[in-house]
Design a protein around this ligand. Structure first.
Ligand SMILES: *[C@@H]1O[C@H](CO)[C@@H](O)[C@H](O)[C@H]1NC(C)=O
Ligand SMILES: *[C@@H]1O[C@H](CO)[C@@H](O)[C@H](O)[C@H]1NC(C)=O
Ligand SMILES: *[C@@H]1O[C@H](CO)[C@@H](O)[C@H](O)[C@H]1NC(C)=O
Ligand SMILES: *[C@@H]1O[C@H](CO)[C@@H](O)[C@H](O)[C@H]1NC(C)=O
Ligand SMILES: *[C@@H]1O[C@H](CO)[C@@H](O)[C@H](O)[C@H]1NC(C)=O
Ligand SMILES: *[C@@H]1O[C@H](CO)[C@@H](O)[C@H](O)[C@H]1NC(C)=O
Ligand SMILES: *[C@@H]1O[C@H](CO)[C@@H](O)[C@H](O)[C@H]1NC(C)=O
Length: 345
């Protein structure tokens, strides 16, 4: 596998650069037969779909862990475990309160700074059940393909836990909000799909594109608007690491939704895209605790928004997004924290 990737990458190096311009045509099989991407270090990788292993060769087995934080144990998470009989016990879970679940993407973990920051912001604001999903043992696989394939399994495990919470405690899907970044957004899509009740909301933070949107997968194999009552998506590296098309009920396109996001400019392509990709969770984290809203404007496209044609219908990107929001919303941000511009156009 490693050898195949290296060889293909050498052969198609130029095409990867070409494809990176985002004017992807399918003439050369890009997106249907092969795909290239950069990892966090800017190293180029090419995936040849017909050369992908079709059995468990290369699979890394690992666990999925659920950590509950509340105001009573804000720095001392409780590991939630579902017994064989479907019972989940918890000392801290409060069924009368809303539940937020957070998860990371490729090579991430539940300890990622942005997750811990969002957890803290949520608990500062209200007493909630915050569940951090740690699937690091699977996400750490250096082979993106395997990490991507694991999202379905991880999502199913989370759905199982949430189903058990509904059965064991007096709580409902209407109180649940799942938030995931990149591959973590795909995890949450699967969790919503496998959950047996109505899930209130899923927020996709620049949901992973390779192997979900490109090549185009059916809706049951990627986060889409049917996975919860309200699915909102923040696009910050659209067409590369993140979703380019709208797949939510409300899709937010800060600064047009593509790379480079303001403040991420530079020579190193991998760095620029990673920085832009991360903006989605930085914006969301800020929206939890900041009083300045990310006011966003419903519009047909970014050009129309920039031309000032769309001022009638607004929503707020991030945590305060109105669940009735529907369509594509555009906004500008600042180039560094604090990012939100409020109502400033
Ligand atoms: C990126 O570089 C760091 C530091 O050298 C290394 O630990 C990490 O594994 C690299 N990531 C990938 C995807 O190769
Ligand atoms: C992908 O692999 C198949 C089978 O090994 C090969 O026939 C094909 O030429 C490869 N395509 C690319 C783009 O490398
Ligand atoms: C949380 O702490 C409060 C105040 O100390 C206490 O009244 C409450 O019972 C605790 N709740 C749980 C679930 O431990
Ligand atoms: C943080 O990392 C430690 C050590 O790897 C691990 O045991 C723990 O489960 C992680 N916590 C979360 C919330 O992911
Ligand atoms: C279950 O929760 C609902 C809504 O929070 C509440 O009205 C009801 O009294 C609860 N039932 C029990 C048995 O705790
Ligand atoms: C943001 O823009 C200001 C004004 O143009 C500039 O001084 C600053 O260096 C920029 N910050 C970043 C992180 O790019
Ligand atoms: C936008 O706002 C206008 C004026 O408030 C309203 O008439 C119209 O129905 C709204 N359009 C959408 C798509 O929500």
């Amino acid at each position: 596998m490693g050898v195949t990737i290296t060889l293909v990458s050498k052969l198609f190096g130029l095409m990867c650069v070409y494809a990176g311009v985002r004017s992807v045509s399918s003439d050369d099989g890009y997106g249907t037969e092969w795909l290239c991407y950069y990892d966090e270090n800017g190293t180029e990788h090419t995936m040849n779909f017909s050369a992908l292993p079709d059995d468990s060769d290369g699979w890394i087995f690992g666990g999925v862990y659920f950590y509950l934080y509340t105001r009573n144990n804000s720095n001392d998470p409780e590991l939630l475990q579902t017994e064989i009989n479907g019972q989940t016990k918890s000392q801290y879970f409060d069924p009368s309160r809303d539940t937020k679940a957070l998860t990371h993407g490729w090579r991430g973990s539940g300890n990622d700074t942005w997750i811990q920051i969002q957890k803290t912001h949520f608990l500062d604001r209200a007493d909630l059940n915050v569940i951090v999903v740690n699937w690091h043992e699977l996400a750490k696989n250096p082979n993106y393909v395997w990490a991507a394939l694991s999202t379905r399994y991880v999502g199913k495990q989370l759905a199982k836990l949430l189903n058990s919470m509904v059965d064991n405690f007096n709580t409902t899907g209407e109180k649940m909000h799942l938030i995931g970044h990149s591959l973590g957004a795909q995890v949450m899509g699967y969790a919503g799909m496998f959950f047996s009740k109505n899930m209130f909301r899923i927020t996709g933070l620049d949901p992973a594109r390779p192997l979900f949107e490109l090549p185009p997968m059916p809706d049951e194999y990627r986060l889409d608007r049917t996975d919860a009552m309200f699915v909102d998506i923040i696009h910050t590296d659209g067409g590369f690491f993140g979703y380019k098309e709208s797949h939510g009920q409300a899709d937010f396109y800060p600064n047009g939704g593509t790379s480079p996001q303001p403040g991420c400019e530079g020579e190193d392509r991998g760095h620029v895209d990673s920085c832009s990709h991360s903006r989605s969770h930085e914006f969301f984290g800020e929206s939890i605790q900041s009083g300045v809203p990310f006011t966003s404007y419903l519009c047909d496209d970014f050009q129309g928004f920039e031309n000032g044609e769309c001022k009638a219908n607004t929503s707020s990107m991030g945590e305060p997004a109105q669940p009735r929001s529907e369509g594509n919303y555009y906004l500008h941000t600042r180039n560094e924290s604090l990012y939100a511009l409020g109502d400033e156009f």
